[in-house]
Design a protein around this ligand. Structure first.
Ligand SMILES: Cc1ncc(COP(=O)(O)O)c(C=O)c1O
Length: 426
């Protein structure tokens, strides 16, 4: 069937606080708002095209951990994850098959996540989710049920936060910091004060995507003090526990907010820190004050997951639970090695471009290079792929290709500086 555009009209995208106006496109049979590409997946698809054509691109696009092939289609498999799978699946006679999990997910996985983030004794309502993405979505829907109508969103952020907010029907206000730094706690608190109703703060816990910069301990404390005692809700998106500064260090904001008595929702992902991206393993949770509150919230989690996609996939939850129960030491060591590797690459990049040190400092997988769109497009012609905003996934580029990476960036910058006046600077 050939789709034919015949007519267009303007369409405001639901929930976005003025950030997005989509055209409605009248096609052969249907009319609907024009569909925009997902920025990260579109950049990743360009790199994949280069691989499909037999080339060997430098791919810093999608946020996965790779081995020395640097191919996100074959991400790093943690040896402890491989061990857990081997142990589970060596005996098909005793294999459990592929059952549905209960609506709340696999208990052993939910317990493992609770131990990792808040400690075994914590009182939380929780549910397994199809990745960190669904964990954010479930909690946004839950917040909507709690009467929240608007979110405060520090930017830049993971682009999918906007789509998830729009999908949940919340409107949102974007607050920008002095790049590459996040907006200050005071800026966010002032935005909340300007609202007559309680708001939801959608914050990243650590390893900030895309900048690598997140608040200091002191800033988290200022924020926690400012929100404590209010009706505002914080949704902490934690997709990189153990990949920023360490497993314990990376949960510190969650513990601090809980201790300050903040109304706290939490969205965890096991995708990156266990390397199980496509298995879709995540965990949504709410810190509660009583067993009755836990029961009520979990009943809502059941309803919400049933509405969205029913139960989360089981296989990955079983793997992560087994790793956490039986191979935890190995997991921490292997995760530490990944962190050391990305820290080292960050240093190499910073030493090569000291004029960009402020941007490149930070933690986790990502940094944003202050390159123009023109420079990013030129790099792409040279088979170096970043996202459109200059975000680089350091864990996607093997250390052995860093010399080539740096050389190509320099070449593009020099080429642009020497090109005729009017061309954007690199
Ligand atoms: C900030 C942030 N939140 C959530 C996620 C969701 O991760 P997933 O759904 O793959 O577990 C990501 C993944 O890139 C992320 O960067």
């Amino acid at each position: 069937m050939v789709l034919r555009r015949t007519k267009m009209q303007s369409h405001s995208c639901a929930g976005a606080a003025g950030s997005c106006t989509l055209r409605t496109v009248f096609l052969g049979h249907f009319s609907l708002p024009e569909a925009l590409q997902d920025a990260v997946f579109a950049a990743a698809a360009n790199a994949q095209k280069a691989r499909d054509a037999g080339r060997h691109p430098i791919d810093g696009t999608i946020g996965v951990l790779t081995d020395d092939r640097g191919d996100p289609a074959h991400p790093l498999i943690f040896p402890c994850v491989r061990q857990a799978i081997d142990a589970m699946y060596h005996d098909w006679e005793r294999h459990p098959g592929f059952p549905y999990s209960p609506l709340l997910g696999v208990t052993a996985y939910r317990e493992a996540m609770k131990r990792l983030v808040f400690g075994a004794e914590a009182t939380v309502a929780s549910i397994s989710a199809a990745g960190g993405t669904a964990a954010v979505a479930l909690n946004l829907h839950l917040a909507k049920l709690m009467g929240i109508g608007r979110a405060i969103l520090p930017v830049p952020t993971w682009p999918n936060h906007r789509q998830l907010l729009e999908g949940s029907g919340l409107s949102y206000t974007e607050i920008k910091g002095a790049m590459p730094h996040p907006p200050s706690p005071e800026q966010l608190l002032a935005a909340a004060r300007a609202s007559k109703d309680p708001v939801l703060f959608l914050l990243q816990a650590n390893a900030h995507n895309p900048t690598g910069h997140q608040w200091t301990k002191e800033q988290w404390r200022v924020f926690a003090d400012g929100v404590s005692g209010s009706a505002h809700i914080v949704l902490l998106d934690c997709a990189y526990q153990g990949l920023s500064e360490g497993v314990e260090e990376d949960r510190a904001p969650a513990l601090l907010l809980r201790e300050a008595g903040v109304r706290l929702l939490f969205a965890g992902s096991s995708s990156k820190n266990h390397g199980v991206y496509g298995l879709r393993v995540g965990w949504a949770c709410a810190v509660v004050s009583s067993p009755e509150e836990e029961r009520q919230l979990e009943q809502w989690y059941r309803i919400l997951t049933r509405r969205m996609y029913s139960t989360a996939p089981t296989f990955g939850q079983l793997i992560v639970a087994k790793v956490q129960e039986e191979y935890q030491e190995e997991w921490r060591r292997q995760l530490g090695a990944v962190r050391t590797g990305t820290d080292r690459k960050r240093r190499v990049l910073r030493d090569a471009f000291p004029e960009w040190a402020d941007s490149i400092e930070g933690t986790g997988l990502f940094t944003m290079l202050p390159l123009s769109a023109h420079a990013i497009a030129r790099l792409q012609e040279d088979d170096v792929f970043l996202t459109h905003d200059g975000r680089v996934n350091l864990a996607g580029i093997p250390l052995g290709r860093f010399d080539e990476f740096l050389r190509k960036i320099r070449r593009v910058r020099e080429g642009i500086t020497q090109s005729p006046a009017g061309t954007p600077a690199g």
